[in-house]
Design a protein around this ligand. Sequence first.
Ligand code: CA
Length: 226
Amino acid sequence: MRLLIVEDEVKTGAYLQQGLSEAGFTVDVAITGEDGLHHATTSVYDLIILDIMLPGINGFDILEKLRQNGHLSPVIFLSAKDRVEDRVKGFELGADDYLVKPFSFSELLARIRALLRRGRTIESHLVSVADLNVDFLKRRVTRAGNRIDLTAKEFALLELLIRRKSEVLPKSLIASQVWDMNFDSDTNVVEVAMRRLRSKIDDPFDIKLIKTIRGMGYSLEDPLAS
Ligand code: CA
């Protein structure tokens, strides 16, 4: 597994490189935004750890360029920027995770492993979350063996929740991903669709998979996995 670290603080970069190498990864380090973007676009990485405040091109711009060009490698932002707005922006741009500095190396490593694991699950078209089973090819959903019929939008919503399992997804992000609506749109449509989706996949069952995080958004979690 090959990782790219884009980090201008030389000590942090060296510390990460050493720790992640010891954990069995092959690690490249870039210390400027331009160098990072160059590495990310000319080599293939299983995961990229991206600082935000960088000389030259900042981390947000790097990720935006990567996603615009169809690069799908998982990206974890690792930044001292700890405001909710920065984290939301990171996810809006297509980040897979966001960890605030100062960080714990063991937590970073756990998050890297979780993302790489998820990547492998997503490659398969059959995904299970607790007793919910989804076949993305046949677009078939069952829970506890019961077939569940979803509309196209409900399926798209469930797909997004599953592909970004355990992440808190802001309503605005859901609106942009599932309805292609912009950031400022009324998010009521998300709430209504979420209610319908829950009435089908959660309400009839004891264990609830979709969580509402007040003031933040929604998250799909496997309550038995953690
Ligand atoms: Ca920095």
